[in-house]
Design a protein around this ligand. Sequence first.
Ligand code: GAL
Length: 819
Amino acid sequence: MVSLRFLLCFLYISSTYATIVSHDGRAITIDGHRRVLLSGSIHYPRSTPEMWPDLIKKGKEGGLDAIETYVFWNAHEPTRRQYDFSGKLDLIRFLKTIQDEGLYGVLRIGPYACAEWNYGGFPVWLHNMPGMVFRTTNKSFMDEMQNFTTMIVDMVKKEKLFASQGGPIILAQIENEYGNVMGPYGESGKAYIKWCANMAQSLDVGVPWIMCQQNDAPQPMLNTCNGFYCDNFVPNNPNTPKMWTENWTGWFKQWGGKNPHRTTEDVAFSVARFFQRGGTFNNYYMYHRGTNFDRTAGGPYITTSYDYDAPLDEYGNLNQPKYGHLKQLHDVLHSMERTLTYGNISTIDFGNSASATIYKTEEGSSCFFGNGNENSDAKISFQGESYVVPAWSVTILPDCKNEAYNTAKITIQTSMMVKKPNEAEDTPSTLKWSWRPENVDNFILKGKGESTQTQLFDQKVVTNDQSDYLWYMTTVKFKKRDPFLGKSMSLRINSTAHVLHAFVNGKHIGIQHAEDGKFNYVFEKDVKFKSGRNVIALLSITVGLANYGAFFESKPAGITGPIFITGRNGDETIVKDLSAHKWSYKTGLNGFENQLFRTESMSKWSVESVPFNRSMTWYKATFKAPLGNDPVVVDLMGLGKGTAWVNGNNIGRYWPAFISSENGCDAKCNYRGAYHAEKCLTNCGEPTQRWYHVPRSFLNAEGDNTLVLFEEMGGNTSLVSFQTTRVGSVCANVYENKIIELSCDRKPISVIKFASFGNPYGNCGSFEKGTCESSNNTVDILTQECVGKEKCSIDVSTKKFGAPDCSGAARKLAVELIC
Ligand code: GAL
């Protein structure tokens, strides 16, 4: 009896431990099954736990096999050996949500992340440990890195989440793109990478470890590629499958910058080309855009919205056509999985950057026709048939005969998102505000901080990054007959403060921030000093700590000086160096310490004479949650710069006063030719970020909600309003003999604004009829089939729309409808 139970128990264990992950040069093998793997990055703290199931489900419906995330060390260990895995930081809950959806997980522990995340994911206390140097053979660093990595691995193992334990995680990552920066670390860098590999390996996770952009990755680490294109990538070991850990679906945004877009056609092209050339794992970075809540944005100057033009937008809406066009690609690739992972590969070069790749097994063949020429279409004849492959595209033929997919031919609608005003009952057209000044008198009048030093320090060293704000204060005495006083005087500060406010004797003398990415600048203002005691108070504000580059941890932030007072009289100049003066420091602002952002805060707020354009001011308003389920945003147009909270939840830094320059936008954007981050920009001459995400879970559906703002620069609250975001109109522009689905995303279609079958031209919002057009009333046909419905499926054919004579050219249907 005992032995039977033992046997059953043994069988049970071995079946739950059955998932084995290995790799064999051509593919990742899971449970003995070789896989074409499509994956997408969703970073758990960039959304809320309530959003996770929907985001992950949409990933699955979009044809993903896996979800990737980094692990964010500084969020989990904000103070040494004090951990936080609550709320948005509940990593295990996130991984279990992936598991519940039946997807695989890719866990990039790092623990260096980069990711446009504050300090690349490193805690600032780590930097402040004696003798610390990051990412090299520095004993203290290695101990701390090992401690955190081991802790994460142990947590994940305890929950049996590695595939070797029957869980979803098939790959783990150590370090991140170290190969890109390792030169300056010299021999120590090489030794460090070996140490990383051994340390990771010793943790015995039972799944392969990846090291991206590391072409000296020691065995058995898998060396993988990151970039806009990775078809040329060759891993450093013949047994490593060709894997792409970051296919950038767009790019990130910085304050003062514009909105980067990467076209759908080009993302699809890069993926198809990668699989054409033997790729096996493609991860979209990012698949979901996300929000840099609180002070998590990296930098300097990464915006609160981590807008990446990803297939799922910041709020979790489908970004169409990107989401749908990639879904179709995933479906086609999956249908060819067997041939791609087992087939013999042969290629035909047609010249002029056109090629065919044939994957052949005994059961059948699958083909890719690629055209990397950015100007001319390729006419290809293959096995007695002729094909046209548009410039900069790949055609996929799962049976080597029929075109199932072309990366440049989109048959998915374009959804244009709109913002709608808050329609909650009893919502006044403008919010009713109360306010409080931030009390800065102690600093600007008295220069009184909490510690003094005769030196100017880097901001991180003083604040431990517990706050964005650090006061640097000193006093300067002039005797009545001091030679300075008779001259025209100025205060000159060599600054690396991300934003700097300067006060002399209580008067605000100026504010400056970095322009054009120059975070090392000189602030100089004429100042009238008086005889006797003068107080200089400088408020240095960080806007995300550096997250990238060799030795990025020591990039200065704050006021590291030198600081001078100069006096000029004709040709005569005298200079007083204040750098080694007695400086008094104070971290943070009173309002933050007193938690004015908390709903239950007892502090007094005034409703009288609510000020406009007053710096260092707190504002508060109550509002009702918008009805329905559409995602909520707050429009902060009119404000300067600061931080916003909804019901005590920090929704991030805001800075709508930062307007991007007028030039360099290209809404029409040609998808042909290699993408780079400066291509296809929009939003020129507008606030870099005007709308800020308020997750529904931050709101009380019934009753009042509170918005608190801390305004640093001065702004106008009268335009602030809550809105919802949803699909406003939908367009499509498809060739005949395709089926197009039109949908308003669970809202009824209300009217067909434009429709023409023939050779219409133009873009969504500005379609025009062409020279040939069907005599049937296309608008009527579509009105009948679609209006009043949430979606409709249209067979774009001459049978439905008639057969206008377009001189033999393929006919197209262009349609624009309003939701
Ligand atoms: C990569 C890095 C990512 C992210 C990306 C740009 O170099 O690995 O974490 O920063 O660049 O968005």
